[in-house]
Write a protein that binds this ligand. Sequence first.
Ligand SMILES: Cc1cc2nc3c(=O)[nH]c(=O)nc-3n(C[C@H](O)[C@H](O)[C@H](O)COP(=O)(O)OP(=O)(O)OC[C@H]3O[C@@H](n4cnc5c(N)ncnc54)[C@H](O)[C@@H]3O)c2cc1C
Length: 456
Amino acid sequence: MGAIAIDELRGQARGDVISSEDERYDEARRVYNAMIDRKPAVIVRAANAGDVMAAVNFARENGLDLAIRGGGHSVPGFGTCDGGVVIDLSGMRGVRVDPGASTARAEGGATWGDFNAATYPFGLATTGGIISTTGVAGLTLGGGIGYLTRGFGLSLDNLVSADVVTADGRFLIAGERENEDLFWALRGGGGNFGVVTSFEFRLHPVKDIYGGPMFFELSEVENVLRFFREYIAEAPEQMGAFPAFQIAPPLPFIPEDRHGDTFIAMVACWAGPLDEGEKALQPFHDVAPVVAEHVGPMPYPALNSAFDGLVPPGLQHYWKASFVKELTDEAISAHKANGPDVPVVNSTVHIYPINGAAQRVAPDATAFAYRDANFATVIAGMWPEPSQNEANIAWVRRYYDATAPHSEEGGYVNFMSGDDQSRIKANYRGNYDRLVDVKRKYDPGNLFHLNQNIKP
Ligand SMILES: Cc1cc2nc3c(=O)[nH]c(=O)nc-3n(C[C@H](O)[C@H](O)[C@H](O)COP(=O)(O)OP(=O)(O)OC[C@H]3O[C@@H](n4cnc5c(N)ncnc54)[C@H](O)[C@@H]3O)c2cc1C
């Protein structure tokens, strides 16, 4: 494919079409995980769905690899490729709220920061991730776990419809009443079925929340995790909370002499009435002495961006994940043996509760199959120095190996690295064959294969 073909694409697209001669090329090809260093032939910064159709057709007709980039957070670097086409949606980030219908429509490149900023003034929100720079697209298409999951389900449970450009370059609307099979597969099947240019979400009344992080001594690990397991099983669904192994960053609310020490933390988000917040968080204060905390009332978008500083773009990433039905004493022992070894301040382990609303959706109602899991664990290795790759990857693998016997075979696709493709079938359980059928219908040539791939 030569310069002439790229020029033709330039002629069709409203957005920028960037190739290696362009001085913006190195910046344009960069993704969030600095371990990923790929050189696409062309990056299309789409301005609208028409640009996406042109770029999809261009990749297919020229037999090129095609990578789709929403927020760019994919740990395996699925948002880029070598020698192929990248559709970068970061120029399409608009979010429109319909307060009457309690819905919002987000373009395919919006981040959760964009989304929450747009819905907050209306006192509305939906389930998103815990970091504001993560893309709405990738997070929703794989699942969507965050502070509001227990009350409102996964992000994908709140999807009302999606505008999709399929592998043949067609523009389709997928929802409960049109292209239902595509709509079913999009909700959990990741980027396998097309490029979503716009997402329509159901919103819920959430504005200010009461919450934040609390730090406990490592000697309390068993105490805190055993308490969490019992408490969260019955806790009101307005409570989103998860435990984390975390090295204390140098923040003013943490005593200076404890900066750099490792703690078992609890991050809470009470999305019920604000004046009940202090009482709602009391059980966390009763479980063990709190060494440091930063809890109180705050706008939901403030909590959603509270930890952004710990995970700037440009870190090296290697993650592993599992679904968990019961946090057994053996599982807790495995966490106790490995969590305190968290190597750097950016790395962490989170045990997200996914009981509540997400479990009231049938396992075959969407492609997301693990409706009986109570927790989704992520061992998120994130570190600044490439020279430390080996040690950090070894920690993630060691930790995963210790917890895997106490976990389900499958894990959340969005928390997995590129070497976990062998677990894809297990992730989708009984939904896998139906996903293959939908893939054969909408993408028989597997144009969209840079993802946790469902092969046609
Ligand atoms: C710092 C950090 C925090 C995270 N926190 C959470 C969290 O709290 N909860 C949670 O559930 N997950 C979380 N994740 C995981 C996250 O859900 C995945 O990394 C997700 O894939 C990111 O989506 P993205 O759009 O930012 O990434 P991208 O790299 O842009 O895309 C990821 C995948 O989605 C596909 N894709 C992207 N955009 C589109 C589109 N418009 N149409 C079709 N396919 C598309 C891509 O091809 C790729 O396969 C986090 C990840 C990171 C790095």
